[in-house]
Design a protein around this ligand. Structure first.
Ligand code: ADP
Ligand code: ADP
Length: 237
């Protein structure tokens, strides 16, 4: 069953000055992510990957086409309904985006607080998440006391806190060394297999796609130039 569908989606940014050209960041993209996929989107810097993520996460409106998330056409929603859609999507980032002044426990608790969970429910959920990502002994630490891989594990725990159906990973391993990258990818694989979370992973690193993704879309200059099963797209012709 499809969980994210893009049909002929485009995003054009207006020109920065009067004599500049508009930027077509995403150009007529159609793709379908099935429930349970680890779906990779790969392309060079400037290919339009981050813009695509912001469109799927409803952080920006598309200028054309239709985006359906979990059965809902998000291109026609009010801001209030969009917030509910965003609640069903967890995000992790290249620079982790943790709150430096909050402990690991408070970072993970943050989205649960926003969602209005009770204190006992938050405590139980955070304890469970800490165990899942292997950081139970770091609950009271602050982000600056953690390694890059540990920070990303906190990011993953925070992104999963409210049990989203989809996890969007935007260059989530690009700041990590190869060994740590593989540890984080192994954790994401468990998120997918054990928790049934659909993962969309944006990267410029082929190795990341080949390690974890089942499906891939290759982006270039705003367009998807190839897509399909990873082994088909990357097999020699
Ligand atoms: P990628 O994530 O693959 O590096 P982006 O989606 O960041 O690509 O960028 C695609 C294109 O859109 C680039 O030409 C970039 O300069 C442009 N772009 C991205 N965001 C904006 C914005 N907010 N305003 C104007 N142009 C943008
Ligand atoms: P505190 O509870 O310590 O006051 P805030 O709620 O003010 O923390 O958040 C700290 C910063 O993080 C703010 O700049 C805010 O814009 C930003 N922020 C809030 N929510 C999120 C989020 N879900 N993801 C990333 N950044 C966020």
């Amino acid at each position: 069953m499809p969980i994210v569908t893009l049909e002929n989606v485009s995003k054009t940014y207006p020109p920065a000055s009067r004599d500049a050209q508009p930027t077509i960041a995403v150009d007529d993209v159609s793709l379908q992510v099935e429930k349970g996929d680890v779906f990779g989107i790969i392309g060079y810097s400037g290919a339009g990957k981050s813009t695509l993520v912001r469109l799927i996460n409803a952080l920006e409106p598309a200028t054309g086409g239709t985006i359906t998330v979990d059965g809902t056409d998000i291109t026609a929603l009010s801001e209030r309904d969009l917030r509910a859609v965003r609640g069903g999507i967890g995000m992790i980032f290249q620079q982790f985006n943790l709150f430096a002044a909050k402990s690991v426990r408070a970072n993970i608790a943050y989205p649960l607080k926003l969602a209005g969970w009770s204190k006992p429910d938050i405590d139980a959920r955070v304890t469970e998440l800490l165990a899942f990502v292997g950081l139970s002994d770091k609950a009271k630490a602050f982000p600056e006391q953690l390694s890059g891989g540990q920070k990303q594990r906190v990011g993953i725990a925070r992104a999963l806190a409210t049990r989203p159906a989809i996890l969007l990973a935007d260059e989530a391993t690009s700041a990590l060394d190869p060994q740590t990258t593989h540890e984080v990818l192994a954790l994401l694989k468990r998120v997918n297999e054990e928790q049934g979370v659909t993962i969309v992973i944006i990267t410029h690193e082929m190795d990341v796609i080949q390690t974890i993704a089942t499906k891939v879309a290759v982006m270039d200059s705003g367009r998807v130039i190839e897509q399909g099963d990873v082994f088909e797209v990357f097999s020699d012709p």
